[in-house]
Design a protein around this ligand. Sequence first.
Ligand code: NAP
Length: 283
Amino acid sequence: MEKYVLITGASSGLGKETAKKLAKEGFKVFAGVRKEEDKLTLEALNHNITAIFLDVTEEQSLNSAAEEIAKTTDTLFALVNNAGIAIGGPVEYIPVDLLKKQFDVNVFGAIQCAQKFLPFLKKSDDARIVNISSMASYGIFPFVSPYCVSKKSLDMFFNFLLIEAKLKNLKIISIKPGVVATPIWEKSVNFCEQNLEHLCEEGKKKYKKEFEFLMKNARSNTDKGLKPQDIADTVYKALCAKRPKQSYNVGKDSYFARFVSLLPQGVTNFCIKTALSKRIKNL
Ligand SMILES: NC(=O)c1ccc[n+]([C@@H]2O[C@H](COP(=O)([O-])OP(=O)(O)OC[C@H]3O[C@@H](n4cnc5c(N)ncnc54)[C@H](OP(=O)(O)O)[C@@H]3O)[C@@H](O)[C@H]2O)c1
């Protein structure tokens, strides 16, 4: 029997690799994109991929995507909530509009997708929602708090869904990668540069060094860390496992972040502050 999977944000990075991997393994993949050129590229990769237009923040787009899928099937085996953006900035001055933007995509977008596609998932005997969370959900990266908090909230909302909905056929899985070389880093540098423009003079002055560190770090992450394939393999593993774990760490840095977050908050904060000031000093 065909197994249909919907992946959001499949135009690049982890989403694209996951679409490729699952299609190669025989899943029928609906790959969410926002541009015509991405639709053409993805569909050329594998005949098991059907690209559909899906902006997770737009209700109209969600409705159209559901209608599009319903033309082929009324049953989804899995929803992979992958679409995401990363916004940084100091809590003291970051414009609230940017916080809303961060949550619109990473949190509310994923919840809206779950609400829209649960009727499809409920028709499967053994359905799964896989959320691409992050090691950032452990909340140990200052100046990227909007992103960290969005991932923590994502995990928490879906854990409540699991408890409340009591759907015997549904497993909810959180994948928490460490740094992965994808375009998200370059995009977040661009966001950051725009943020700087919006910060008041006092903010720019006070956090100048931290911003320099943040940009340098983000730029260096574009070509280091895990490969997108590592995450695609983990999604595949979570979809194939009879009893998947509720949470998968991917990468040593992700395990390390989990460990640091388990320490008493005062000790965790001491570690974070010491590491940050050391790295800023070495700029
Ligand atoms: N890279 C890492 O180090 C890392 C680590 C841990 C977790 N993650 C998570 O992995 C996921 C994928 O990120 P990535 O690293 O692969 O970055 P990426 O290459 O920038 O991919 C992000 C994807 O999200 C899509 N997207 C953004 N806003 C959207 C919206 N409103 N509606 C629908 N799609 C939207 C983008 O589509 P467009 O091309 O149309 O903008 C793109 O396909 C994210 O949730 C991210 O937080 C990444």
